[in-house]
Design a protein around this ligand. Sequence first.
Ligand code: FES
Ligand code: FES
Length: 164
Amino acid sequence: MNGFQKQEIEFTINGKRWSGRIHPMKRLLDAIREDVGLKGTKEGCGEGECGACTVLLDGKPVMSCIVPVCQVHGHEIITIEGLEEAGKLHPLQESFLRDGGAQCGICTPGMILSATAYYNDPRIAKDLTETISGNLCRCTGYTKIFSACQHAMEKRECCCGEKK
Ligand code: FES
Ligand code: FES
């Protein structure tokens, strides 16, 4: 990474502010794993094709292997570690556990984060299939992933208290 000096970069990750001197073109994936020290975000292809490295950037799924860390300066990131609240798993995490939506687990954090964006705001995609269409899984055949997402969505309550 020649031609750039390290820069002070700051962002919020899982609700906590993080800052440090870092090469601006370092992949967000590597910054999260190496500099922030959160290992839940996985690398699959490393080329923006598989979705394994998905995190939420200001609530929207992005593939962190193709995002330079300078682009997240001042923004908010959620990784798989940030979904749990007060020791309680997110409903999507619970569903994946219950329905057997994970096997080797490489795709799982990214898959859950893509689904979380839809869980939080179903307007972001036509349907669940479209939501997770950028996340590839080599193990499960997708059926259990899809049913885990559906079960979580069925239990989801909208802001007016009605089941969606
Ligand atoms: S590792 Fe980022 S899209 Fe495959
Ligand atoms: S569980 Fe192995 S790639 Fe999806």
